[in-house]
Design a protein around this ligand. Structure first.
Ligand code: WTA
Length: 665
C-alpha cells in the first residue's frame, strides 16, 4: 500500500488554487430561501443522529414500522430493525396512489437521433408489474440473484425495480465488461437468470451485448434462463432451451402485481467493484436504510422539487451512481428525470446541451471527466443552447479540480448554479460528503464536509484523529443507513478490507485533508485502486490480466495523472524470454496485450500505454518499485533510486518512455 495520493487534485494544487482564488461561492438567495433543507438540519442531526435518520426513514412508505433504529455490532449494522417495506412500491406505486401517475418518470432518449420515449409513473407501474410477473413465471423467487447486463434503456430500470418488487437481489454488470468479467460475477453471485439485450447504440453504431452473455451462460451452470430485450434488431444466436424474448414473456403478463413487503434488511442488490487485491468483490446493499439515505440525500443535495424539476444523472446503471441516483433515490422521490443511452458526442459534441434544452433539465449530475472533456471541446457548444433552466450542478466519481469546478459553474451554470461535489463510494451506497446547495458557501474543488447524520474523521497512520485541521486517511467512525452490509460470501474479506487498518472505523481507501477553515478536501485513493474517468479499476486486476497472456513474464501497472480522465492506466511489461527478441519494437505486441486486457476485463481497462521492457525496477528484496514507475509514467524527475538492485533498469525504461506513443481508444 502506498501512502501518496494518486489523483490529479492534491492538497497542494487544491489549496494553491484557493490561495489565489481565496473565495467562496454563496448559495443563491432564492434557492436558500426556498431550500428543502436549511442550516438547522446539521444541529438536529448532531443532537440526535438516530432520531434524525428515523425522521428521514419516515419519508418512505413502510408496511410495518421498525422497532429499533439501529442494531450495531461492529462491523455489522442493521437499520430500521423489524420494519417492512417494498422498495419498488416506494419508487413507483405510492406516487401513482398519491395522484401523481401522470407525472413523467423518465424522458428516455436513445442514441440514434429522434429515438425518444416518455414514461409516466402510471406506465412505469404497469411495466414493473408485468416484468415482476414474468420473473415469477421464469421461476425467480425472493432471494434468487438476477444478473442484469443491459444498455441505458428503460427496460434496465424496469428490470431492477421488478427484481426489487419480488425481493430478488439484482446484480447489474456494466455493458463495457467482457464475457470473462461477466462469467466471474455470475459465478460468484450464483445467479439463475440473466437479463440482457441483443445490443445497444454507442458511438453511432449498434454494439452487441448478447454474445458475451451466451459465452458466460455456457460456462455458468447456475444460469437457467436468459431474458433478452430487442433493442437494435441485430441478428443474435439463439438457444431455445435457455433464451426467451422480453417481448414474448413480459408483454403478455397482467399489468397488476400484488407486492408483498420485505424486511428492512432484505438484500436489494450486489454490485461488483474493484478492490486492491484479487477478483472484484460483490458489495451487498439492503433495502430500508439504503432507500432512506439515497432518497433523503437526493432530495437534500439537489434540492429536488418533484413537481417542477427535471433531473438528469448521466451515469450508467452499471455503476453505483446509476443505482442510487438514477433508479432508487430519484424514483423514491417521485422525480422526473432524463435517461440517455449514448455517448456525449453522438450526433454532435453538443448532444448533452441539446438534451438539457429539450427537456428543460434543472438538476444535472455528472463526473469531472465529462466536464474536463467539454472544457476541451470549447465554450461555444454549450453557449449555443438555452441552459437557463439549470439550477443545481452535481459532480461525483473523482476529485474535481478547481479549474473544472469553476468552468462548470461559469459556462454550464451561467454563474448562478451552485456546484455540489459529492463524495461517496459503491460501499457507502449514498452520498456522504457534500455541500447543501441552499446552505453551504462552497470552495471550488472541495466537497466541503459530511452531510447531516454522517460522521467523518481524518486520521494519521496510527489511526489517531488529526482533529480540526490536517491531512491523512479518510475514515467513517459511525455506521450510516446506506452502508454496505458485507461482501457477498466473504465476511472475512469484509472485515479485512474495510475495518482492519483502523480497528472500529471504516477505512475508505481515500486520502483527505481539513484545511484551515475546517473544510474537507478529498485527495484521491491511497491504495492500488485507480480511478479512470470515474471508474474504479485495480492495478492488480490489470496486472493479472496481463500476466495471463502466454507471452508475458511480468507486469506492473500504475495509474498516471491524465488531464482528462483523472488517471490513465500505464503498464510495464516484461515478455517471456523466448518472445522477448521478437517483440523488440513492441507496438504490435502492445496492441495485442491491450486487446487481451479488453477480453479479460473489458475495454474500460485497456491500458493507455504499454511499455515493453526487458526488466522492471526492483529493490534488492525483489519488490517492484511502483513509485518509480509512476514517476516514469508521469514524466517526472525520478525519485530516490538508491534502494534499487540495478539503477540502470529504470533509466532505460525512462528513455524508452520518452520515445513511445500512447493509444487513444
Ligand atoms: C472516488 C462512485 C473525490 C473516491 C460514487 C472513492 C471521489 C471512489 C468523489 C469510489 C469525489 C468518488 N471527490 N473522489 N466527489 N466521488 N470519488 O465506488 O476515490 O465507483 O473512493 O463510487 O471514487 O468510486 P465508486
Amino acid at each position: 500500500m502506498t501512502s501518496e495520493p494518486t489523483t490529479a487534485l492534491t492538497a497542494e494544487t487544491g489549496l494553491a488554487a484557493l490561495a489565489t482564488e481565496n473565495r467562496r461561492f454563496e448559495p443563491p438567495a432564492d434557492l436558500a430561501a426556498n431550500a428543502n433543507v436549511k442550516a438547522d438540519v446539521y444541529d438536529a442531526a448532531s443532537t440526535d443522529r438516530l432520531a434524525f435518520w428515523e425522521e428521514q426513514a419516515r419519508r418512505l412508505q413502510w408496511e410495518k414500522p421498525w422497532t429499533t433504529a439501529l442494531d450495531w455490532e461492529p462491523p455489522f449494522a442493521k437499520w430500521f430493525v423489524g420494519g417492512e417495506l417494498n422498495v419498488a412500491v416506494n419508487c413507483v406505486d405510492r406516487h401513482v396512489a398519491a395522484g401523481n401517475g401522470d407525472r413523467v418518470a423518465i424522458h428516455w432518449e436513445g442514441e440514434p437521433e429522434g429515438d425518444r420515449r416518455s414514461i409516466t409513473y402510471t406506465e412505469l407501474q404497469a411495466d414493473v408489474c408485468r416484468a415482476a410477473n414474468a420473473l415469477t413465471e421464469l421461476g425467480v423467487e425472493a432471494g434468487d440473484r438476477v444478473m442484469i447486463y443491459l444498455p441505458m434503456i428503460p427496460e434496465a430500470v424496469v428490470a431492477m425495480l421488478a427484481c426489487a418488487r419480488i425481493g430478488a437481489p439484482h446484480s447489474v454488470v456494466f455493458g463495457g465488461f467482457s464475457a470473462q468479467a461477466l462469467t466471474d460475477r455470475i459465478t460468484d453471485a450464483d445467479a439463475r437468470l440473466v437479463i440482457t439485450s441483443d445490443g445497444g447504440y454507442r458511438r453511432g453504431a449498434a454494439a452487441a451485448l448478447k454474445p458475451a452473455v451466451d459465452e458466460a451462460a455456457d460456462r455458468c451452470p447456475s444460469v437457467q434462463k436468459v431474458l433478452v430485450v430487442r433493442r437494435t434488431g441485430q441478428d443474435v444466436a439463439w438457444n431455445d432451451e435457455r433464451d426467451v424474448w422480453w417481448h414474448d414473456v413480459v408483454d403478455r403478463q397482467p399489468d397488476v402485481h400484488e407486492a408483498r413487503s420485505f424486511d428492512s434488511e432484505q438484500p436489494l442488490f450486489l454490485l461488483y467493484t474493484s478492490g486492491t487485491t484479487g477478483k472484484p468483490k460483490g458489495i451487498l446493499h439492503t433495502s430500508g436504510g439504503y432507500l432512506t439515505q439515497t432518497s433523503w440525500s437526493h432530495n437534500a443535495v439537489f434540492d429536488l422539487k418533484p413537481e417542477t424539476d427535471v433531473y438528469w444523472c448521466t451515469a450508467d446503471i452499471g455503476w453505483v451512481t446509476g443505482h442510487s441516483y438514477v433508479v432508487y433515490g430519484p424514483l423514491a422521490n417521485g422525480a422526473t428525470q432524463v435517461m440517455y443511452e449514448g455517448t456525449p458526442d453522438a450526433g454532435g459534441k453538443d448532444r448533452w446541451w441539446s438534451i438539457v434544452e429539450r427537456y428543460g433539465v434543472s438538476l444535472l449530475y455528472t463526473a469531472p471527466t465529462a466536464i474536463r472533456t467539454f472544457m476541451k471541446w470549447g465554450d461555444e457548444l454549450p453557449a449555443a443552447h438555452d441552459l437557463s433552466t439549470l439550477r443545481v450542478l452535481g459532480s461525483v466519481g473523482e476529485p474535481i479540480n478547481p479549474e473544472a469546478w469553476i468552468w462548470y459553474r461559469r459556462v454550464i451554470g451561467g454563474d448562478r448554479c451552485p456546484i455540489v461535489d459529492t463524495w461517496w463510494q459503491t460501499e457507502t451506497g449514498a452520498m456522504m460528503i457534500a455541500p447543501l446547495p441552499g446552505v453551504t458557501s462552497t470552495k471550488p474543488g472541495s466537497a466541503m464536509g459530511p452531510l447531516p447524520g454522517i460522521s467523518v474523521d481524518v486520521v494519521n497512520g496510527e489511526g489517531t484523529s488529526v482533529g480540526e485541521v490536517g491531512g491523512g486517511y479518510l475514515t467513517l467512525d459511525e455506521p450510516w443507513p446506506a452502508m454496505l452490509r458485507g461482501i457477498w460470501n466473504d465476511e472475512e474479506r469484509y472485515r479485512e478490507t474495510y475495518w482492519s487498518k483502523f480497528p472500529g472505523r471504516y477505512f475508505a481507501g481515500d486520502g483527505a485533508k481539513w484545511d484551515d477553515d475546517h473544510v474537507l478536501w478529498l485527495l484521491g485513493r491511497v491504495d492500488d485502486v485507480m480511478n479512470v474517468s470515474g471508474h474504479r479499476i485495480s492495478t492488480t486486476e490489470v496486472e493479472s490480466a496481463l500476466v495471463s497472456h502466454p507471452s508475458v513474464a511480468e507486469a506492473a501497472v500504475v495509474g498516471a495523472a491524465d488531464p482528462t480522465t483523472g488517471q490513465a492506466i500505464v503498464a510495464f511489461v516484461t515478455p517471456k524470454g523466448s518472445v522477448a527478441d521478437d517483440v523488440s519494437s513492441g507496438d504490435a505486441f502492445a496492441q495485442e496485450l491491450r486487446n487481451h486486457v479488453a477480453k479479460e476485463i473489458g475495454p474500460i481497462a485497456k491500458p493507455r500505454q504499454i511499455l515493453i521492457t526487458p526488466e522492471l525496477p526492483k529493490t534488492r528484496s525483489g519488490k517492484i518499485m511502483r513509485r518509480l514507475l509512476r514517476d516514469v509514467a508521469e514524466h517526472r524527475e525520478l525519485g530516490d533510486v538508491t534502494t534499487l538492485a540495478d539503477p540502470t533498469v529504470v533509466n532505460a525504461i525512462n528513455d524508452k518512455m520518452g520515445s513511445s506513443s500512447s493509444a487513444e481508444d
